[in-house]
Each structure stands twice: as structure tokens, then as C-alpha cells.
Design a protein around this ligand. Structure first.
Ligand SMILES: Nc1ncnc2c1ncn2[C@@H]1O[C@H](COP(=O)(O)OP(=O)(O)OP(=O)(O)O)[C@@H](O)[C@H]1O
Ligand SMILES: O=P(O)(O)OC[C@H]1O[C@H](OP(=O)(O)OP(=O)(O)O)[C@H](O)[C@@H]1O
Ligand SMILES: [Mg+2]
Length: 282
């Protein structure tokens, strides 16, 4: 059985479970369950704190895990990203009371409060800065007003928490994070179940990102139409009963579909239809 760590709570928990369900795996039905065996796929899921997931995978006790890139970096263990899962996006940033620290270089010699000391230490090291890192568990935005630190380094999503605490962002993001599938660096080739998991998750990513576009167009406009819809490999062209017309099918990104539909219509294409992709293996 393949053993995989999944976040049991927090921001990444729901989306991770949904993605695995979409990929055809059994998931727990009760939030308090800590283990779920998927006999059919020969996989066992362990529900753990996202911060601990890197530890279990890094030690080799679990084969794979889903956690945040920032938590993986913070753990500084021998595990690596296998796949970016495209959810749980956040930046990791420095922030200080407006009008105090405005440039990253000014951090030198100051006190930085964070729940991610490993991420901060790596950044300071890479930028030749020295600062004393105050490790907190959460609610780090309070640290400056309580006098524990001069600057904080924390996860920023909407920025609302920072604003409410009267803090302003300092410098560029230290890290751009999202949920990732991780694996031990020197893990032996995982065999069939690992390959299958990766392929299925890639299938979910593609199904979420792309739609299937179909339309009819005059054959003499086909080159111009397919330039708008090149597809991933190549568009499918089928003959139509109507003389001089063809039907085209191609995948396009969800983000671009309306622009492409408008341009196809202007070109003379008709019966332009979009359908969702529920699953795929490319
Ligand atoms: N708005 C957000 N707040 C916190 N973490 C977020 C957010 N968006 C994405 N993440 C990511 O989620 C991971 C942190 O998850 P974790 O479960 O430890 O904290 P949480 O979601 O804040 O839960 P809690 O603090 O309630 O325990 C990190 O990888 C972080 O980058
Ligand atoms: O930019 P925002 O959308 O405001 O989100 C970011 C905030 O959310 C998280 O805090 P959380 O509520 O999880 O509390 P915690 O600090 O105790 O973990 C994170 O640590 C930031 O403080
Ligand atoms: Mg939190």
C-alpha cells in the first residue's frame, strides 16, 4: 500500500480532499478520521497537520504528502516537490508598521517575528542579512505592537490581516507558495501506484484548466480558425454533411474561452459550443 499524508485541518485540507476525490480516490467522510484506506487503489491516506507532513515524508515514514511549499522550505528536510497542485496560493512576506521599515535591507540587525523561521533564515542567508528571528506559533501580526519584534514575516493571502494590524508590506515576496505534492529526495522509484497518482492529479489539473471547444467553420477559413484554437496536440477536424464546411474540436483554457469564442464568431464560425472536461489523461 502507498502511504500518503493529507492536511487534516486548515486552508489546504478541504481542497486537497476534493482534488483526491476528483482523481478517483476514496477520502474520509468524517473530519475527525485520521486514516482512510482506499483498497481498490491500494493507497492509505493519513490526515496530519500540514507542518508535520514534510517531517513524515522527509523521514521516509510516509511515501508522499500534500503540503504548502512554504512549509516544505521551512522544514528544511530532504523532500522535494513532485507536482504543483494549483490551490492554496499565498505569498510569504515581510511587513512592518507603515513609515518604519520600507526596504528589505533595513531588516539588518532587527527582530523578525514569524511562524516560519526556516523560510526567514534561508532568505536572510541568501541576502547576506542578519536579524534575530523570534519564533511564534501564529497571529504574528500582533508581535510588533506588543513590542516582541520590529517586523513580521508571514503568509499573506488577501492582505486583510496585515491592514487590520496597521502593517504595510516590505519588499518583494520572500516566497510564492501553493499546495504541492512532495516526496523524499532519495525515494526509490515508487512503481505503478505513484505514477498513477501523479497522472491522475495531472488529469485533474488539466480538466480544471481547460474546456473542450467545438465549432463549425467554412473549410476555406480553417487555417485562420485553427490558429485561434491550436489545441494541445492538434485540433480534430471532421467533415460536415453541409458542403464546404468542417467541424473543429480543440481544448482551450477556461481563462481564454470567451475571447476565443468571440474571435471565432467574428471570423464566421458558428455553433460554437463549450463543454467541461471532467477527467482526462493527456
Ligand atoms: N489565507 C491563508 N492563511 C493561511 N495559510 C494559507 C492561506 N492561504 C494559503 N495558505 C497556505 O496554507 C498552509 C498553512 O496551513 P495551516 O493549516 O498550517 O494553517 P492555516 O490554514 O492558517 O490553519 P490554522 O492556522 O487554522 O491552523 C501554508 O502552506 C500557507 O501558505
Ligand atoms: O492575507 P489574509 O487573507 O488576511 O490571510 C493571511 C493570514 O491568515 C493566516 O492567519 P490565520 O487566520 O490562519 O491565523 P494564525 O496566524 O493563527 O495561523 C495567516 O497566518 C495570515 O495571518
Ligand atoms: Mg493559520
Amino acid at each position: 500500500m502507498l502511504r500518503i499524508a493529507i492536511p487534516n485541518k486548515g486552508t489546504l485540507s478541504g481542497p486537497a480532499t476534493r482534488m483526491l476525490r476528483e482523481a478517483g480516490y476514496a477520502q474520509r467522510t468524517d473530519d475527525r478520521d485520521l486514516v482512510c484506506r482506499d483498497e481498490a487503489n491500494e493507497v492509505e491516506f493519513f490526515y496530519l497537520r500540514p507542518r508535520d507532513i514534510a517531517t513524515y515524508v522527509g523521514s521516509g515514514d510516509l511515501d508522499l504528502g500534500i503540503t504548502g511549499r512554504d512549509l516544505l522550505v521551512d522544514a528544511a528536510i530532504p523532500a522535494e516537490e513532485v507536482l504543483d497542485l494549483d490551490f492554496g496560493a499565498a505569498t510569504f512576506r515581510f511587513a512592518a508598521p507603515a513609515g518604519t521599515i520600507s526596504k528589505v535591507e533595513e531588516i539588518d540587525g532587527r527582530r523578525v517575528a514569524t511562524a516560519y523561521p526556516g523560510v526567514v533564515a534561508r532568505y536572510l542567508d541568501e541576502h547576506g542579512l542578519t536579524a534575530s528571528v523570534v519564533r511564534l506559533d501564529g497571529a504574528v501580526e500582533n508581535a510588533v505592537r506588543l513590542g516582541v519584534a520590529d517586523i513580521v514575516a508571514d503568509v499573506v493571502s488577501t492582505g486583510a490581516t496585515l491592514r487590520q494590524a496597521g502593517l504595510a508590506i516590505v519588499g518583494e515576496p520572500i516566497l510564492r507558495s501553493s499546495a504541492v505534492l512532495i516526496r523524499r529526495v532519495d525515494a526509490p522509484a515508487g512503481g505503478h501506484q505513484v505514477d498513477q497518482l501523479i497522472r491522475r492529479l495531472q488529469g485533474v489539473l488539466v480538466a480544471r484548466k481547460y474546456v473542450m471547444l467545438a465549432y463549425d467553420v467554412r473549410a476555406d477559413l480553417l487555417e485562420r480558425a485553427t490558429a485561434l484554437t491550436p489545441g494541445i496536440e492538434s485540433p480534430t477536424i471532421s467533415p460536415l454533411h453541409r458542403e464546404g464546411w468542417v467541424a473543429v474540436q480543440a481544448m482551450v483554457t477556461r481563462a481564454e474561452m470567451h475571447r476565443i469564442m468571440d474571435e471565432l464568431y467574428d471570423l464566421g464560425a458558428r455553433a460554437i459550443l463549450v463543454t467541461d472536461i471532467h477527467a482526462c489523461r493527456l
